[in-house]
Design a binder for this molecule. Structure first.
Ligand SMILES: Nc1ncnc2c1ncn2[C@@H]1O[C@H](COP(=O)(O)OP(=O)(O)O)[C@@H](O)[C@H]1O
Ligand SMILES: [Mg+2]
Length: 271
């Protein structure tokens, strides 16, 4: 299906990876995120399907559903993923970066950096977010993000990509979203002619700019394991079923192969 967008409101947001172009359709109340450097929309969609096959929702955290689609933007057909607006009336998203900046001042960055270990840095963030929001269990939520980012190689979890929902003065958890940088989707940074296996080792985790397993282990030491994936190789195949509808023959099979290698490699590290 091709959808013509009725709004030209482009949302600007700083991101280390550059911004995936996003459009909000106010009539349908949905967000579209367009492919930028590779197959970001596909990565977002595949991850959302696989996250559903886990204990996450049982534990009270929601997952944003993304689906593949095509949109006409400036008369050009583009591949995108679409998700329902998860904000209800009166709610807004507050990024952790904005929350800490407002609550502590911009020195929060220095305060994090001067903590003597990764665990202390995580604890600093968690303690302050809980204090500023009144939320319970932010450490567990952050651990879940680090675990899922490691499994799907999402290297864009900077503090502007971790957020909470605010409604007046009450805070709540955001549904999991924004994994589009995962699965080596940026083929400018991770060219298709280089073997995935070799690049996977060098992908750097955010926000602490270290190895994914190290970042995840530090959080798990503090808050315990959160994420229990429950998907099979067949489920991965199924999540890739319609790729040919959205990408040319030249690319589709490469994208699928790479996604499978990423998930298999990372899952072996998630024991
Ligand atoms: N499904 C959604 N519901 C509510 N807000 C959304 C949704 N998708 C995107 N947004 C808004 O757009 C911003 C950027 O979306 P995000 O998925 O983080 O894109 P990017 O890949 O550019 O970081 C979010 O912080 C949020 O404000
Ligand atoms: Mg984002």
């Amino acid at each position: 299906m091709t959808i013509k967008l009725v709004t030209d409101k482009k949302i600007a947001e700083t991101s280390s990876k550059g911004n995936q172009e996003k459009w909000f359709d106010s009539e349908e109340n949905v967000w579209y995120k367009l492919d930028l450097f590779g197959y970001e929309a596909l990565a977002e969609t595949v991850v959302s399907k696989l996250l559903k096959l886990s204990n996450i929702e049982e534990n009270g955290i929601k997952i944003t559903d993304y689906d593949m689609t095509k949109v006409m933007v400036h008369k050009i057909e583009r591949t995108a993923c679409v998700s329902k607006n998860f904000l209800k009336d009166g709610e807004e998203i507050i990024t952790i970066a904005a929350l800490l900046r407002k609550g502590i001042g911009s020195e929060y960055i220095r305060n994090i950096e001067k903590q003597s270990s990764l665990q202390k840095k995580i604890d600093y963030i968690v303690t302050n977010v809980e204090k500023l929001t009144g939320l319970d269990g932010f450490g567990e939520y952050l651990t879940l993000l680090f675990e899922t980012d490691m499994l799907f190689l999402n290297d864009d979890r900077h503090l502007n990509n971790i957020a909470v929902i605010r409604k007046e003065n009450k805070f709540d958890y955001c549904p999991l979203f924004d994994y589009g940088a995962g699965l080596l989707s940026n083929i400018r940074d991770y060219p298709l002619d280089i073997e995935a296996k070799g690049m996977i080792k060098n992908v750097v985790a955010r926000p602490f700019n270290c190895n994914f397993v190290r970042q995840m282990n530090a959080a798990e030491k503090l808050y315990g394991r959160q994420f229990e994936p429950d998907f099979t190789n067949d489920d991965v195949e199924k999540s890739l079923e319609n790729v040919d509808e959205y990408y040319s023959e030249r690319y589709a099979s490469d994208f699928k192969d790479r996604i499978k290698v990423c998930i298999k490699t990372q899952r072996n590290k998630y024991r």
